[in-house]
Design a binder for this molecule. Structure first.
Ligand SMILES: [Ca+2]
Length: 150
């Protein structure tokens, strides 16, 4: 009995690591469900790769005290945990109040609300809202971001 514990722990860690990431195709499907055009998929996949390495439960601490959540690394100062806005302008609402959800709702395994928020942020501010995209995604033609099999 004593000897089986390290083995169980090793299995648990492997499974945790596997479960906490999404596949490229799962990300593409979540974005498709939000109406993302094909021409944007490579940018999105590059963004996700560099922001979170496809990890849906990633929480990063920033030097200003804010945190970035989920597969898209949504910043807590802008995009989650904010009061719900009532402005009739969609982009004013998104940029002022974020997506009006708790930050913790971004880190569960269902990435549909995450994708919905990220697509709204992108449509109101462009991919340049994400440092990961700004710093690494100027050339998204490489095969790593091919999504044709999804
Ligand atoms: Ca979620």
């Amino acid at each position: 009995m004593y000897c089986s514990c390290p083995i169980l722990l090793a299995f648990a860690l492997v499974e945790y690591s596997y479960d906490a990431t999404k596949t490229k195709s799962q990300v593409v499907q979540a974005l498709r469900n939000q109406g993302v055009p094909y021409s944007d998929f490579r940018d999105w996949l590059c963004l996700v790769k560099h922001q979170s390495e496809y990890g849906y439960d990633v929480v990063s601490n920033n030097t200003n005290g804010s945190k970035d959540y989920d597969i898209f690394q949504m910043n807590s100062n802008y995009f989650c945990g904010k009061a719900k806005g009532t402005s009739s302008s969609t982009c004013l609402r998104v940029n002022t109040y974020g997506c009006a959800v708790t930050c913790s709702s971004f880190t569960n395994s269902d990435i549909s609300n995450d994708a919905n928020c990220a697509v709204r942020v992108k449509s109101c501010g462009g991919f340049g809202k994400w440092y990961g995209w700004r710093d690494h995604c100027s050339n998204v033609k490489v095969s790593e971001y091919d999504y044709s099999s999804c």
